[in-house]
Ligand binder design. Structure first.
Ligand code: DX5
Ligand code: ZN
Length: 214
């Protein structure tokens, strides 16, 4: 079952509650919330107080993507703010296993993200514990970048490993996903598709969500 997770990075930040309403109406399964700290990635976006305010306006699944250094210092605040899924980058932590357990103990689903240059082996010892693996299909930091085609093989190897071992986890992809690239990542084995510019930049948001879901 394919899920679409529009990224509010490409939404109008002055009207976030409304912008979330638009994607919920369009039938999106998740709301993807990109948190950038200006250090792990060049940009700064938003923090847990914004998530807390949005939580009061929406019952949607909040899929929080932490692109921050020291995510272990932030997970309590995001869980309390109402995050449903918290994904951190493996490149940003020393004690990934501990952080996965902490996120789950806070009542959230735990995801681990890999930058394009980070090999799948970094996930190996975490596969039994995580709820989601996020394969970045662009280098994180900006919306509207071009999909990196070599990530397709990474996705299919991961899907194969998951099936072969009976792991229960979602494979999310993020970056450059649109009507053209979505079929490729679905075919490779991704089942949660993030899309920012391809959804919020579309004249018909519902059609865009449907095209990505396939
Ligand atoms: C990139 C973010 C993405 C971004 C995707 O650093 O993690 O979630 O919003 O944007 P598009 O879909 O426009 O590539
Ligand atoms: Zn993201």
């Amino acid at each position: 079952m394919i899920k679409v997770a529009p990224s509010i990075l490409s939404a109008d930040f002055a009207r976030l509650a409304e912008e979330i309403g638009r994607i919920e109406e369009a039938g999106a399964e998740y709301v993807h919330i990109d948190v950038m700290d200006g250090t792990f990635v060049p940009n700064i976006t938003l923090g847990s107080p914004v998530v807390q305010s949005l939580r009061k306006c929406s019952k949607a699944v909040f899929d929080v993507h932490l692109m921050v250094e020291h995510p272990e210092t932030q997970v309590i605040a995001f869980a309390e703010a109402g995050a449903d899924i918290i994904t951190f980058h493996i490149e940003a932590v020393r004690h990934a296993h501990r952080l996965v357990q902490q996120i789950k103990s806070l009542g959230c689903k735990a995801g681990v993200a890999l930058n394009p240059a980070t090999p799948l082996v970094m996930l190996e010892e975490l596969m039994e514990d995580i709820d989601m693996a996020l394969i970045m299909t662009v280098n994180p930091g900006f919306g509207g970048q071009k999909f990196i085609p070599s990530m397709l093989e990474k996705i299919s190897i991961l899907r194969h490993t998951v099936e072969e071992n009976g792991f229960i986890l979602d494979i999310e992809v993020d970056g450059g996903i649109n009507a053209e690239t979505a079929p490729l990542v679905r075919e490779a084995g991704a089942n949660v598709l993030v899309a920012g510019s391809a959804v919020y930049g579309a004249p018909d948001i519902k059609a865009a969500v449907q095209a990505i879901r396939g």
